[in-house]
Design a protein around this ligand. Structure first.
Ligand code: ZN
Length: 380
């Protein structure tokens, strides 16, 4: 996947490539953007370009096959040399993290406590993900960076450190600040975040920030028509409208799981406005059980409930064009006629209660029943 495959945000991509071409890439970069906007994909592309063998002229090309010619003036990685192939193994960050966590779980307890999750598929590129179970970047992870960042690149390329989250423990943030004060010429630090405001102001002031803008719904739909031709137009619209402008989020959108959850969500809402009989409600909530699988299913249900409540809000405030669950707009309009602004607010608060209950491990089906019944009682 070369730079030209990165969809959207052309201006930022061009600027970064120009900097790479002139060897003027800043040494400390914040890459900001909503979830699924391609921050990590872009960080990987930068790391590949900085280390691609084909782009380093002093070296003969390792393969006889000629690489595709780069766009004039803008460097691109080849995707085929050893360096690019090594780095590509890190493209699926979630899979690499899961492997690293499994490997850590298999260690003896004393070793396990001292082991931090770091992802490395190339000798000069290190990815630092949030460390479970707290899912924060910890001081030992940053220390590993401070201790190794001054080592020259082993492959003659460029050292790259990608922090995939901005959730830093306090001590870790302070340690990071020290590296950012004086990174060596041959290293670049990339800090990925949904919200640059989460970084200390002193960290932000030492970095150059690039913000990936969310894409418009129409742009995402066009992109999905190319990349997900097997989806129906309705499904593509739904994915585009529910991904908050993120290309990755739209591509990974699980239409089937969302539709199933939404069906249940509508049963709950029907009961909550007094339109459904309770047996349908109980039959549905009965399927929300304890355990990890039940948790994921409940989270999916809550997400779709929130999206339906937002749509009800749009409909009751005369902003029907904002509705995202457009394929069921008639059903939603009928629901919206039965509720008012206060009811929607109470429903959103009720969902907050269910979420808090999940953290306390309350029985999921009971708290879902309670959510619907309390609203129904209030509306009578
Ligand atoms: Zn390459």
């Amino acid at each position: 996947m070369p730079f030209s495959d990165f969809y959207g945000n052309e201006e930022i991509i061009t600027r970064l490539r120009e900097m790479l071409g002139r060897d003027r890439l800043p040494h400390s970069i914040i890459l900001a953007g909503p979830r699924g906007s391609g921050k990590y994909t872009l960080a990987q592309m930068i790391a590949k370009t900085l280390n691609c063998h084909r782009l380093r002229q002093s070296e003969p090309p390792p393969l006889l096959l000629a690489p595709p010619p780069p766009e004039p003036g803008l460097p691109d990685f080849c995707g085929e040399c050893d360096s690019c192939l090594n780095l590509a193994q890190g493209d699926d960050l979630e899979a690499r993290c899961n492997e690293a966590v499994e490997a850590r779980d298999a260690l003896r307890e004393t070793d396990r406590k001292e082991t931090r999750i770091l992802i490395q598929s190339h000798p000069d590129v290190l990815v630092i993900p949030p460390d479970p179970p707290q899912l924060m970047i910890k001081v030992d992870q940053v220390r590993h960076v401070t201790e190794t960042i001054y080592h020259r690149p082993t492959t003659g390329g460029h050292r790259v450190f990608i922090f995939s989250s901005s959730a830093f423990m306090k001590e870790a943030a302070n340690a990071l600040l020290k590296v950012l004060e004086e990174p060596p010429d041959f290293a670049t630090i990339l800090l990925l975040t949904e919200n640059p405001g989460e970084f200390l102001p002193t960290i932000r002031s030492r970095c150059v920030t690039f913000t990936l803008a969310p894409l418009r719904v129409e742009e995402l739909e066009q992109w999905l028509a190319r990349r997900r031709p097997e989806w129906s137009a309705n499904e593509r619209t739904l994915a585009a409208r529910l991904s908050n402008g993120g290309v990755g989020a739209a591509l990974d959108f699980d239409v089937a799981a969302y539709s199933a959850a939404r069906k249940d969500a509508l049963v709950l809402l029907d009961a909550a406005v007094g339109a459904g009989d309770y047996s349908a409600l109980f039959r549905t909530t009965e399927t929300y059980r304890a355990g990890a699988e039940g948790r994921a299913k409940t989270e999916q249900l809550l997400r779709s409930l929130y999206s339906l409540l937002e749509d009800l809000m749009f409909l009751s405030s005369g902003a029907a064009e904002m509705v995202r669950n457009r394929d069921i707009e008639r059903q939603l309009t009928a629901l919206a006629a039965k509720v008012d602004f206060d009811w929607i607010t109470r429903a959103a608060q009720g969902l907050g209660e269910v979420e808090r209950g999940m953290r306390r491990n309350l029985l999921r089906n009971l708290s879902l029943d309670a959510f619907a019944l309390a609203l129904d009682r209030d509306s009578n």
